[in-house]
Design a protein around this ligand. Structure first.
Ligand code: GTP
Ligand code: MG
Length: 258
């Protein structure tokens, strides 16, 4: 267990952690929604913004709206989130984008599943609602379903949206997983490692809205799709190698009959 976890464990019930790269157009509204979501649950909480180099004033906006700012030197969605999760002080953590596409004022279904004992609760847009123009057809009908189908086959899960950015988890359970992905493929790595380590997983249907920014998303479909795929194959290959090594080491010595 990392030393910071021992010091901070149970200090707060829930941390909302938002990765942020140049989201000044939407960040303030996301923070207001997150505070409203925490208030509606009636629990102790905090909002953490993990920013790795925004140049549009997002960091000062975050602080003005009551968030704790975590500065992350290295770029990347995964790096920002890992730093934010490490710095969080809640027993539980909810993550979501800071682009206005997820409803942070409605945390109740995630909270209920965490309390029912699930270690990782993943939002599903496919069993919930995808509002018009929220998800490009390439992602909606090809990329997401195909990569999710493959991930289910490789990791023995039965999920409908491996790439949903809104999730909740028990912080200690997540910090125990070997998570290293620096980019968007962190989303896949989190679920795959949770499944490989037998953590109880659940899904909750959510609504996905068009993001509120005027510039293109950070996600680059072909590059990021390939990074998700490469990570899945790598994890599966690693697991297979480990199993093989275990099988060889427990094999009984061959007996020779006389
Ligand atoms: N700190 C940080 N945040 C990032 C980085 N890349 C993406 N983000 C944040 O991560 C969230 C997700 O990024 P998006 O560009 O919305 O990607 P996406 O939601 O997967 O893709 P779309 O569905 O196309 O919007 C946003 O809140 C971004 O600001 C990064 O390098 N550093
Ligand atoms: Mg987004």
């Amino acid at each position: 267990m990392p030393p910071d976890l021992m010091l901070s464990e149970h200090a707060l019930e829930l941390s909302v952690v938002l990765p942020c790269l140049n989201e000044a157009e939407t960040l303030a509204a996301c923070l207001a929604a997150a505070w409203a979501g925490l208030a509606a649950l009636g629990i102790s909480g905090e909002v953490v913004v993990a920013d790795n180099g925004s140049l549009d004033g997002s960091p000062s906006l975050a602080e003005q709206h009551g968030a704790r700012l975590v500065y992350v030197a290295q770029r990347g969605y995964g790096r920002a989130l890992q730093a934010g999760i490490h710095a969080a002080r809640g027993r539980y953590v909810i993550i979501a984008d800071s682009d206005g596409s997820y409803d942070l004022s409605y945390l109740k279904p995630f909270w209920a599943k965490l309390h029912a004992g699930y270690a990782l609760v993943i939002g599903t847009r496919f069993k919930g609602k995808i509002l018009p123009r929220a998800m490009p057809p390439l992602h909606r009908y090809l990329g997401n379903p195909l990569l999710t189908w493959l991930a289910n086959r490789l990791f023995g899960t039965c999920l409908s949206d491996y790439h949903c950015g809104m999730r909740a988890f028990e912080r200690a359970a997540l910090l125990n997983l070997p998570l290293h992905a620096g980019g968007m493929e962190f989303a896949t790595e989190m679920i795959a490692q949770a499944a490989l380590n037998n953590l109880p997983l659940a899904e909750v249907p959510i609504t996905y809205a068009p993001d509120g920014r005027s510039r293109p998303p950070h996600l680059r479909p072909w590059r990021d799709g390939w990074r998700h795929l490469r990570l899945m194959l790598h994890l599966k290959w690693q697991r297979r190698k480990m199993r093989l090594a275990q099988a060889v080491s427990v094999k009984p010595p061959s007996t020779t009959s006389t």
